[in-house]
Each structure stands twice: as structure tokens, then as C-alpha cells.
Design a protein around this ligand. Structure first.
Ligand code: CP
Length: 360
């Protein structure tokens, strides 16, 4: 049964899954071991009687279907909602005078949903836009990195809230990528992982590359963030990733040396993302990065310099823009397995959260 109350601030935030930065290494390892047991069929979660509301402010295929299929497979029931389209436009700011576009405050929406369901997933990335030039994005990176809506929603929810991709992090992708790296490389410690920036016509969010950097770091890999100047990730994420890597026997390097980065790599993960310094000046950024296009694509030549590296991408991917057909269709591409692992990682996460919440 869902909790009848509103989660107390502070305590509640620890119980949600908004970030992996507040989860211990042991806890994340336990989650991944659970995912492997479920995937192998050794154990079977029981989600009968459980419902989860999935709030998508942005488009999705993998996240939506993997949560829905994962719940349904084990007896649970997903409820998909598109705020602003089939439900109301939500407000999250305390003290807001709601005489504009917003119609319902999270102070009501979150606790009401919590009376109906056992878990709530929220995808809200302000950086994903439908326009060609990210022109409708407002707010600086410093404002958006705090994921205020998600955190306000979690504060007022009485059931666990799962971050299905925010401005700052995509923690479910992190779990799936860790699972994939461990499956494909075995003990990944000391292996070389390259997270490479790739050219893309838009300025894409930072959440996924943040979570990808954190995933490989936690495995003790030699992590290389390969990016052109001006495309560093958030300093807090880089610092935590470095701590995680070093604690697990690995390292973290940031470079723009394409040749050196690919040399001897065991895993190459491509990701496009906007530059923090270009934030709010997306048209300017687009003109600036046009010159980067020819060099910043994953192709057979670059992959040929690796130690027969696997190729990873979170998907969706624009073919022959971020990676060539040859790489994506080649024998070392693991993108489909990686996408499948979203399902197993999230089923494990839900089982863990249901147990954790029950024991409060
Ligand atoms: N990787 C990922 O989150 O995919 P979707 O955007 O399709 O959910």
C-alpha cells in the first residue's frame, strides 16, 4: 500500500532515487547484483498490486517502455502521464501566484499521486527541446543543475520518486551502463573507458554523460573524458567520478587528444552534450561547433586504434552523425544489450525501493 503521508524533508530525499551521489558504493553494487540475479531468472520480483506513475515531460522510448514492461512482467501496473498534455501544467515554486500557465502545484499533485501508486517516475529535462536551436530553454546551468522541480516533487511525495532523467543526472542509465560494462568486460578494473563527445546539431543535455562518467568510474576503470575545449562536464560530477575511480583502483583523465584517447581503449561510449559555457547562447554554440563536426564522430578508423573496444551509446542515436553505420552495425556494438539492461536495472531498483520504503 502506498504511504498515506507526505515524506518529511531530508529523510524523504534519501529514500528517493534522484541521484546516485547520495548512494554508497556498497548499495549500488548490491543493486547491480540484484539486477543480475533477476536477469538470470534466479529470482523473481513480485510487483503484484504495485502501481507506478510515470510522468514524462519529455519524449522517451527506452525509459518509458522498459519501466512499463518491467513492471508488467512481474505483475505491476504502470500509469503513463504527460504533464501539460493529458494532465495539468505543474507549478513547483513555493509561494507562486498561479495566475499564469501553471494549473496544479506539486504540493497537491505529489501527495495525491502518492495515495494512488507505490512509486513515481519523473522525466524532466529542461534542456531537451523541440526547436532547432534550444531557443526555448530558459535559466542558466547554475539554476537548472539543481533540478528544482524534481526535488520539490520528491519533497512532497509519500512514495519513492525515481529520476527518469533530469537536467543533472540520468541515474537509471548509470545502472544499466554499469551492468553492461560488467557483462561485456568482466572485471572492468583497470580497463580503459573513453566517454567521447560527439558532434550533434543541437545542444543536448548533460545528464546522461554525467551518469556515464560515474558508471565507468565506479567500476575502477581508467576513465577518459574526450572532448573538445569548452565541453567539460559539471565540476561536481567530475570530482565525484574521480573519487569513485580512484577509490576503486582506477583513474580519470580529461583530454582533447583524440588519437591518444582511443589508443588501447576497451570501451568507447559516444555522447553529445552542450557546453556549460555556451549555455543560453545555443545559436552561437551551433556556429562555433560546426568546425568540430568532421573530427568528432566515432568511425571505423578511430575504433581500429582501440584494443577491440566495445561501442556504447545510450540511444537514440543519429546515425552517421555521432557514429557511423559501420560502428553501430559492427560486431563490437553493444547498444542493444545496453538498452535491454535498462529494464533489468530498473526492475532491481524498484524492488529495492519497495523494500526500502516498506522498512521505513
Ligand atoms: N536512453 C534513454 O533514456 O532513452 P529514451 O530517451 O528513449 O528513454
Amino acid at each position: 500500500m502506498p504511504s498515506s503521508g507526505t515524506a518529511p524533508e531530508g529523510i524523504g530525499l534519501k529514500r528517493h532515487f534522484l541521484t546516485t551521489l547520495d548512494r554508497s558504493a556498497a548499495e549500488l553494487l548490491d543493486l547491480l547484483a540484484r539486477a543480475r540475479r533477476i536477469k538470470s531468472g534466479a529470482v523473481r520480483p513480485d510487483f503484484r498490486g504495485k502501481a507506478m506513475a510515470l510522468l514524462f515531460f519529455n519524449a522517451s522510448m527506452r525509459t518509458r517502455v522498459s519501466f512499463e514492461a518491467g513492471l508488467a512482467r512481474f505483475g505491476g501496473h504502470p500509469i503513463h502521464l504527460q504533464p501539460g498534455k493529458e494532465t495539468y501544467v505543474f507549478e513547483h515554486r513555493d509561494g507562486a501566484v498561479m495566475d499564469g500557465a501553471t494549473q496544479e502545484h506539486v504540493r497537491e499533485a505529489a501527495p495525491v499521486l502518492s495515495r494512488y501508486v507505490d512509486c513515481i517516475g519523473v522525466r524532466k529535462s529542461d534542456l531537451i527541446t523541440t526547436g532547432a536551436g534550444n531557443a526555448d530553454v530558459t535559466g542558466s546551468w547554475q539554476e537548472l543543475r539543481g533540478d528544482e522541480f524534481l526535488r520539490a516533487f520528491a519533497r512532497h511525495a509519500g512514495v519513492p520518486v525515481v529520476n527518469m532523467e533530469s537536467n543533472f543526472e540520468h541515474p537509471c542509465q548509470e545502472l544499466a551502463d554499469r551492468l553492461t560494462l560488467a557483462e561485456k568486460l568482466g572485471d572492468a578494473r583497470g580497463r580503459k573507458y573513453v566517454l567521447t563527445w560527439a558532434w550533434h546539431p543541437k545542444s543536448l543535455p548533460l545528464a546522461t554523460p554525467h551518469s556515464q562518467l560515474l558508471s565507468a568510474a565506479a567500476l575502477g576503470m581508467r576513465v577518459v573524458h574526450l572532448r573538445p575545449p569548452g565541453y567539460d562536464l559539471d565540476p561536481e560530477v567530475v570530482a565525484v567520478a574521480r573519487q569513485r575511480a580512484e577509490a576503486a583502483g582506477g583513474s580519470l583523465e580529461v583530454t582533447d587528444d583524440v588519437d591518444a584517447a582511443y589508443r588501447g581503449a576497451h570501451a568507447v561510449c559516444a555522447k553529445s552534450h552542450g557546453g556549460i559555457g555556451w549555455f543560453g547562447k545555443f545559436d552561437e554554440e551551433r556556429r562555433h561547433k560546426e568546425s568540430l563536426r568532421p573530427r568528432w564522430i566515432v568511425d571505423a578508423d578511430k575504433m581500429g586504434r582501440t584494443a577491440d573496444a566495445i561501442f556504447m551509446h545510450c540511444l537514440p542515436i543519429r546515425r552517421n552523425v555521432k557514429a557511423t553505420d559501420g560502428v553501430l552495425d559492427g560486431p563490437r556494438s553493444v547498444v542493444i544489450d545496453q538498452a535491454e539492461n535498462r529494464l533489468w536495472a530498473q526492475v532491481a531498483l524498484l524492488e529495492h525501493l519497495f523494500e526500502e520504503w516498506r522498512s521505513r
